[in-house]
Design a protein. Structure first.
Lengths: 623, 261
C-alpha cells in the first residue's frame, strides 16, 4: 500500500534527489578516475621465474643498463655478505620487492570524515614489505630525510593507470646477485588493471649505477580470498663465529672466480651479460657473438688509464642560506645548512647540541634552536676538531649558559674569582669534546671561547640530560685522533660526526691522526650500538657529519665500502705495489659514481692515499 | 503547492545542466570510427626493451629449457622434440614469429592505421605483419602465423555517477582520459612461444592489452600485456608483459627474415 508522505518529507526527498543529481553532474574531471587495485594479489612468475624464485646466477647482468661502477660492484659482490649480522635481515628495496615471490595485499586508506583517498597500502609477504603510496598530494620529504627500503611514494590516477613516484630508497639490488640499485635511485610506476590481472611497470632511474632507466613489469593475479602467511620474522644472529669484525666478504676487482660460470652453462658469449645497456636492444645477440675474448675480459675489471669517475649523487645540502630543521624523534632534531650537520636535544633543561656547523650561519642556527627550546643551549659537544663542525662554537656557546655551574667549583675559576683560569664558565654553554680536540684547536689557534673546557681522555663521557643518558664515545684514530660519537640513548639517536657521511669517502686526515683502521673500528662501533625496527629499516637513527639522516643500513653499506677498499689496497701493498700503482688500479671504481670527487677538499685520490699510507704505517692495526 | 513546484523546477534545472555538460543523453554521439575513438596514440616506431627473460629472448635457449612457461606434459614433450633443421626443411622457420611469440622477440615495431577501422603492426624481426581489426570481423582469414586479431578500445571504468545509492537516473558518465587497446587473436597456425620450440597450438586464444605510458622526462613506453590460453600445451594461462620505447623515427629499422634458431 502506498505510503502517503507528509509535505515536508516529500519536499525533503525531492531536495535530496536534486542535490544528488547536482553532485553527480559535478563528477571528477576527466582522467581522475580511480582504478580499483585493492585485494589479494599473487605474482605470476612467468618471466624471470628462475631468477626470482631459486635465485639468479653470478655474473648474470643481462638486460641491465649497468655502468662500469654497477658492473664492478656486482662482480665484487659475494653472497656470503648476507651472513654479516647487519645484512641478514636486509629488506628488499621497493622495485625488487614488487618483483619478489610471495603474495601482496593492497588496500585503500580513506579519511574517516571526508572519505577522500589518503593512501594506498601495499603489503608484501616476503620481508613484510610495507609500502604506503600517499594519494593526498603531500610533497616528498627533503633531500636530507631518511631513506627506507620502501622509499617515499606519492601517487595519482592518470588515464587508466595509477602512477606512482618513489624517492628516498635505500641501497639494494636490482637482482639478487648483487646487481646494485643505489640509494640515489628514483622510480616511476604505472599500475594498470585488466580484469583480474594487475600489471606494475617500474622505471628505475639510478644515476649512480645505470646508464639509462631500467624498465620492467610485474604481473599479478587476483586471489579470491586471503592467502594468509603475511609475516616474515627475521632476527640476526651469529652465522659464522669467530670472524674478524672488519671482515666483509667480497671478491677483488678482476678476480671474480665464477665470472664465466653463467656464460659457459648456457653457452653464451662471455660479454653477453656484462655489456650493459646495449644488451637490452635488438641486434645484440649477433653483436655479442662477434665480440672478442679480450673485449669480454676487459669488462671484468676497471678500465685502465682512466681518471676516477665522480659522484652522480645529487648534492643534499640546501645551499640557500637558511637553516633547515628535521625532527628526528621527540625532542631530537637535525639542523642542516651550515656545513656539518648539527643535532639538538631539548627538554626541561637547556638544549644539548652536537657540533656547531661551519659558523657562517650561526645566528640562524641559534635562532632555529630558540624555536625548538625555550631554554638556552647548555651543552655543546664536538665530534671532532674539523672546521665544518666547530666553526660556530664561539657564537653558539655565547648564546647559551650552563645553569649547573653558578656556585660550583668551576665557577670559582672564572675571572675575578679564585683562580681566573676559566672564562666565565657559567654564562655560556659548556663545550665538551675529547681532549685531542682541544689540542688540535689550540694548535690551530682557535679563539679560547671556541675551545671545549669539559674534556675526556679515554673511552667515554656520560651525562644524564633532559631525561636521558647522553654518552660520548671516543673513536680513536678514525678520521682524526679526537673523534667522538654522541649517543642519545632514550631518543636512540647517534651523532656520528665525520666518521660517517652520505656524501663522500671518509675524510681520513692522516695529519690529524686519522687512519683507515680506526675508521673501520669506529663504524663497527656505531653498528655495535644500533638496532633496527624491521628488516634493517628505522630503529637507531644515525646523524651523519654530512648528508641525509640514516640508520644502520647506510652505516653498514658505508662500512662495507671502506673495508672492501682497504682489502684491495692491502692486497696490492702485499704484492709490492706503490701508491701510484694503487691509484692507477682504480681500486674504488665501483664506488666512485657514488662517492668520488676529482676536485675539492677531498678527492678520490686523497682517500686512496690515506688508505695506503694508513696501511703502510705499522701503528694502524685493526681491532 | 508552490514548494512542490519549486522542487520540481530544481530537479529539471539540474537535469538540464547535467545534459548540457555532456553527461546526458543529449551528449555528442561517440566517434564514428575506431580511429577517431582512440584516446591513446600507439602509432609510430617502437623498440623493444629486453629486460626480462633476457637470456631466452636475446639468445636461443637450449632445447628443453622452458623455465617459467606453464607447459603441460604434452607441451613439454613437444618442446623436447624441437628440431630447428626440420622446421627449416618444412619452410617453417617462422614458427617463433607467430603472434604468440612475436612480441617477445628483440624487435622494432611500426604501428600505423591501415584505415579507420584497422591497425597494422609490423616488426622488423622476421618481417611480420599483424592486422588488428575493429568490428566487424573479417569474413575469412587465419590459419597463418598471425591468425585473426580483433581489436577494441577499453576505457577506464569510471564510477557510475548516474547512480546515487543504487538509484539509477540513467545518465552515462562523462568520458575518461586514457585507455587501452585490447586485441584478441585466434585462428593461429601452431608456433612457438620461445624460439627453442616451446609450443602453442592452433586452439590458442591470445588476449593482449596495449597501454601507453608517458614517463616524466620525455620517454614514452608501450606495455603489451599478454595472456596466452592454450588448452593443448599449457596447464594454465601464460602471462607476460613486454615493453617498448617510442622512437622519433625509423632509426634502427632493419627488416630481417625469420631465423629458426
Amino acid at each position: 500500500m502506498p505510503v502517503k508522505m507528509r509535505k515536508p518529507v516529500r519536499v525533503g526527498l525531492l531536495f535530496a534527489l536534486t542535490s544528488a543529481m547536482t553532485i553527480s553532474a559535478q563528477g571528477p574531471p576527466p582522467g581522475a578516475f580511480a582504478i580499483d587495485v585493492e585485494g589479494y594479489w599473487t605474482p605470476a612468475l612467468h618471466e624471470d621465474g628462475l631468477e626470482r624464485g631459486a635465485g639468479p646466477e653470478i655474473a648474470d647482468y643481462g638486460g641491465f643498463a649497468l655502468n662500469e661502477s654497477g658492473r664492478l660492484f656486482a662482480l665484487s659482490y659475494d653472497p656470503s655478505r648476507l651472513t654479516l649480522r647487519h645484512h641478514q635481515c636486509d629488506g628488499y628495496v621497493m622495485p625488487y620487492q614488487m618483483r619478489a615471490v610471495g603474495n601482496f595485499r593492497i588496500w585503500e586508506d580513506r579519511d574517516p570524515h571526508t572519505q577522500q583517498l589518503v593512501a594506498i597500502h601495499i603489503w608484501a609477504q616476503t620481508t613484510e614489505g610495507n609500502r604506503v603510496v600517499w594519494m593526498d598530494g603531500r610533497p616528498h620529504p627533503s633531500a636530507w630525510a631518511p631513506h627506507s627500503f620502501a622509499g617515499f611514494s606519492t601517487g595519482q590516477f592518470v588515464g587508466n593507470a595509477l602512477v606512482i613516484r618513489t624517492t628516498h630508497l635505500k641501497q639494494g639490488w636490482l637482482r639478487r646477485n648483487g646487481s646494485p640499485e643505489s640509494d640515489q635511485a628514483t622510480v616511476m610506476e604505472f599500475v594498470v588493471r585488466h580484469g583480474e590481472h594487475l600489471i606494475d611497470t617500474t622505471v628505475v632511474t639510478d644515476p649512480v649505477y645505470l646508464t639509462e632507466p631500467e624498465v620492467r613489469s610485474n604481473d599479478y593475479v587476483r586471489q579470491p580470498a586471503d592467502p594468509h602467511a603475511w609475516l616474515y620474522a627475521c632476527d640476526d644472529g651469529e652465522e659464522i663465529t669467530g670472524r674478524a669484525p672488519d671482515a666483509v666478504p667480497n671478491y677483488p676487482l678482476g678476480k671474480q672466480p665464477f665470472a664465466r660460470e653463467y656464460s659457459e652453462r648456457y653457452k653464451l658469449p662471455l660479454i653477453a651479460s656484462l655489456a650493459g645497456a646495449e644488451s637490452i636492444y635488438p641486434g645484440f645477440g649477433a653483436k655479442a657473438r662477434s665480440a672478442t675474448e679480450a673485449e669480454a675480459v676487459a669488462k671484468l675489471q676497471p678500465a685502465p688509464n682512466q681518471r676516477p669517475e665522480t659522484s652522480r649523487a645529487p648534492d643534499v645540502e640546501p645551499h640557500d642560506g637558511e637553516i633547515h630543521v628535521l625532527p628526528i624523534r621527540e625532542h631530537t632534531y637535525m639542523l642542516v645548512g651550515d656545513g656539518g650537520n648539527i643535532v639538538v636535544q631539548t627538554g626541561d633543561q637547556g638544549a644539548f647540541v652536537v657540533d656547531s656547523g661551519e659558523g657562517k650561519l650561526s645566528d640562524k642556527v641559534i635562532a632555529a634552536i630558540r624555536q625548538l627550546s625555550e631554554k638556552p643551549i647548555q651543552f655543546l659537544a664536538n665530534t671532532s676538531a674539523r672546521a665544518a663542525h666547530v666553526g660556530g662554537n664561539s657564537k653558539l656557546a655565547a648564546a647559551g649558559s650552563d645553569p649547573s655551574l653558578p656556585g660550583s667549583f668551576f665557577d670559582l675559576q672564572s675571572p675575578g674569582r679564585a683562580t681566573g683560569l676559566l672564562a666565565d664558565p657559567a654564562h655560556h654553554a659548556t663545550l665538551i669534546a675529547h681532549n685531542n680536540v682541544v689540542i688540535r684547536l689550540q694548535a690551530a689557534k682557535a679563539p679560547s671561547d671556541a675551545i671545549p673546557a669539559d674534556t675526556y681522555l679515554e673511552e667515554r663521557r656520560r651525562k644524564f640530560h633532559n631525561g636521558e643518558v647522553v654518552e660520548l664515545f671516543y673513536e680513536p684514530g678514525a678520521v682524526t685522533d679526537g673523534d667522538s660519537i654522541v649517543h642519545f640513548r632514550r631518543s636512540d639517536v647517534i651523532a656520528a660526526g665525520d666518521i660517517f657521511n652520505t656524501t663522500q669517502y671518509p675524510f681520513i686526515d692522516l695529519q690529524s691522526g686519522g687512519s683507515v683502521q680506526g675508521e673501520i673500528r669506529a663504524l663497527n662501533d656505531i653498528l655495535n650500538r644500533t638496532g633496527y625496527e624491521h628488516d634493517e629499516n628505522g630503529g637507531t637513527y644515525i646523524v651523519p657529519g654530512h648528508g641525509y639522516l640514516s640508520d644502520e643500513h647506510e652505516v653498514t653499506e658505508y662500512r662495507d665500502m671502506v673495508v672492501i677498499v682497504r682489502d684491495r689496497v692491502q692486497a696490492m701493498i702485499k704484492a709490492g705495489a706503490t701508491l701510484e700503482q694503487v691509484q692507477a688500479a682504480r681500486v674504488t671504481a665501483d664506488y666512485d659514481t657514488r662517492y668520488g670527487a676529482n676536485d675539492g677538499a677531498w678527492t678520490t685520490g686523497k682517500f686512496i692515499e690515506a688508505v695506503y699510507q694508513s696501511l703502510k704505517q705499522p701503528a694502524g692495526k685493526s681491532r | 503547492m508552490p514548494k512542490r513546484v519549486s522542487a520540481v523546477l530544481i530537479l529539471i534545472f539540474s537535469i538540464s545542466a547535467y545534459a548540457q555538460r555532456g553527461g546526458g543523453r543529449g551528449a555528442p554521439q561517440p566517434p564514428a570510427t575506431p580511429r577517431a575513438a582512440a584516446r591513446i596514440d600507439i602509432t609510430g616506431y617502437w623498440v623493444s626493451l629486453v629486460t626480462e627473460d633476457w637470456r631466452y629472448r636475446q639468445f636461443t635457449p637450449p632445447k628443453g629449457d622452458y623455465q617459467s612457461v606453464p607447459l603441460n606434459p604434452a607441451g613439454k614433450m613437444a618442446a623436447d622434440a624441437w628440431d630447428p633443421a626440420k622446421d627449416e626443411e618444412a619452410g617453417e622457420q617462422c614458427k617463433a614469429y607467430g603472434a604468440a611469440g612475436l612480441m617477445r622477440m628483440p624487435t622494432r615495431l611500426h604501428i600505423t592505421w591501415q584505415d579507420d577501422r584497422t591497425l597494422k603492426l609490423e616488426t622488423d624481426a622476421g618481417s611480420q605483419t599483424r592486422i588488428f581489426h575493429f568490428e566487424p570481423a573479417p569474413a575469412a582469414g587465419g590459419g597463418d602465423w598471425q591468425g585473426v586479431s580483433m581489436a577494441s578500445w577499453e576505457y577506464p571504468r569510471p564510477p557510475v555517477y548516474s547512480s546515487f545509492g543504487g538509484l539509477d537516473f540513467g545518465f552515462p558518465p562523462p568520458p575518461a582520459a586514457g585507455g587501452s587497446l585490447k586485441v584478441t587473436t585466434t585462428k593461429l597456425k601452431p608456433g612457438y612461444l620461445r624460439k627453442n620450440g616451446v609450443p602453442y597450438g592452433s586452439g590458442t586464444v591470445m588476449t593482449e592489452h596495449f597501454d601507453r605510458f608517458d614517463v616524466p622526462g620525455g620517454e614514452t613506453l608501450l606495455l603489451v600485456t599478454t595472456e596466452v590460453v592454450d588448452p593443448e600445451y599449457l596447464a594454465q594461462p601464460f602471462w607476460t608483459s613486454t615493453h617498448f620505447r617510442k622512437q622519433n623515427d625509423a632509426s634502427g629499422w632493419t627488416p630481417a627474415p625469420c631465423l629458426s634458431k
